[in-house]
Design a protein around this ligand. Structure first.
Ligand SMILES: Nc1nc2c(ncn2[C@@H]2O[C@H](COP(=O)(O)OP(=O)(O)OP(=O)(O)O)[C@@H](O)[C@H]2O)c(=O)[nH]1
Ligand SMILES: [Zn+2]
Length: 336
């Protein structure tokens, strides 16, 4: 697992314009030197559940954090009552620098950024091969969010007992994304969890997927029994029988070191915040050819240098095609 250690807060490292003319802040003697290090497991209406060593502590952010919000996966510094006893509340005084940040906008027309998960190494995109039908545009949008946020994608294709994975795998072949295909039978024998777990060991993995794809079933097979959630659909009369996830939730991986971050089912994945230059970073073979692109090139315009780069044999045309397909998913379509 990535060692988070005592990172300094990025915002504190950058020298800021010193409007008030007081001494610049240095990080040599940080405030709250004695603060404990915690890991945010979930957030619920301003209350953050954090793991501090082996104790689960409820906390809220200290006023000095201002508008900064801690999210699931954040490494934070806590002070105050760290006993974890009932009705105690610790204070989060610092959010450490993030190694990655999975974001989505609720809607492309809504510029408000909803941070989903911080510090995840990997994004597991769970897609059913049938029931519900795979939605490649949604997969593409998740991939773009992963590349933009610095996460490595993993495709988890469920319900192979209902339909073949060939078409989807062909569509993503050029992207060379690691994938796992699972079926009902493999869920029952435990093979499905075993094969997915191989990709999760030592990592923090955020799971996303449209409702009904089998994400909860899979997550439950990966975490300790007492942490499992109820699966199945809402009972139309009582409304019970289904978990209502509103925030992401970090759960320990069973059988290996690592974290599974379950996120609420996504219907859409808004990408208003995406920066193409961060996406192309995930395509080093193509990034190397962007030197002659016009300024702020979208890499999908007539003067883009990548056409020549590919024509000269420096990269596979299928890779450029895939990149452009991904970038074009930033435009919103009906049904995204
Ligand atoms: N045939 C088949 N059904 C599966 C498989 N995996 C899960 N299911 C079923 O698909 C349905 C949905 O599974 P869930 O795990 O609840 O799906 P989810 O993605 O968490 O969906 P929400 O709970 O709606 O967010 C359940 O009835 C599961 O039993 C599979 O590999 N094959
Ligand atoms: Zn370009």
């Amino acid at each position: 697992m990535r060692r988070y250690g005592k990172h300094t807060d990025e915002d504190d490292i950058r020298s800021r314009p010193n409007r008030k003319g007081n001494r610049p802040r240095t990080h040599i003697r940080p405030k709250h030197e004695d603060a404990a290090e915690g890991f945010v497991l979930t957030v619920d209406r301003g209350r953050l559940t954090c793991l501090v060593e082996d104790t689960v502590v409820t906390a809220m952010k200290a006023r000095e954090l201002g508008r900064k919000a801690a999210v699931v996966g954040d490494r934070v510094a806590l002070v105050g009552d760290l006993s974890g006893a009932k009705d105690t509340l610790a204070r989060i005084v610092r959010i450490e620098e993030r190694a990655s940040l999975l974001r989505r906008t609720a809607d492309d027309d809504d510029p408000y950024e909803r941070v989903v998960v911080a510090n995840a190494d990997q994004l597991a995109i769970v897609t059913a091969l049938a029931d519900p039908e795979p939605r490649p545009r949604l997969i593409d949008r998740c991939l773009v969010a992963a590349f933009d946020g610095g996460l490595t994608p993993l495709l988890v294709l469920t319900k192979s007992d209902l339909a073949s994975a060939d078409e989807i795998l062909e569509l993503y072949g050029a992207l060379d994304i690691p994938y796992v295909v699972t079926s009902r039978e493999e869920l029952e024998t435990g093979q499905a969890a075993d094969r997915v777990r191989e990709h999760l060991a030592g990592k923090v993995t955020a799971f996303v997927g449209h409702s009904g794809v089998g994400k909860t079933t899979l997550v439950n097979a990966l975490v300790p029994k007492e942490r499992r959630r109820i699966t199945g659909h809402v009972n139309a009369v009582t409304g019970r029988g289904r978990h209502t996830t509103t925030s992401a939730l970090a759960l320990p991986l069973e059988g290996a070191e690592g974290w599974v971050v379950d996120t609420p089912g996504v219907r859409s994945f808004g990408l208003a915040h995406i920066d193409p230059s961060r996406v192309i970073h995930a395509f080093p073979d193509l990034e190397a050819g962007t030197g002659d692109c016009p300024r702020a090139c979208s890499h999908d315009e007539p003067d883009c240098a990548l056409d020549q780069w590919v024509a000269d044999g420096h990269a596979d045309p299928a890779r450029l095609y895939s990149l452009r397909r991904l970038l074009s998913t930033r435009e919103r379509h009906e049904g995204d």
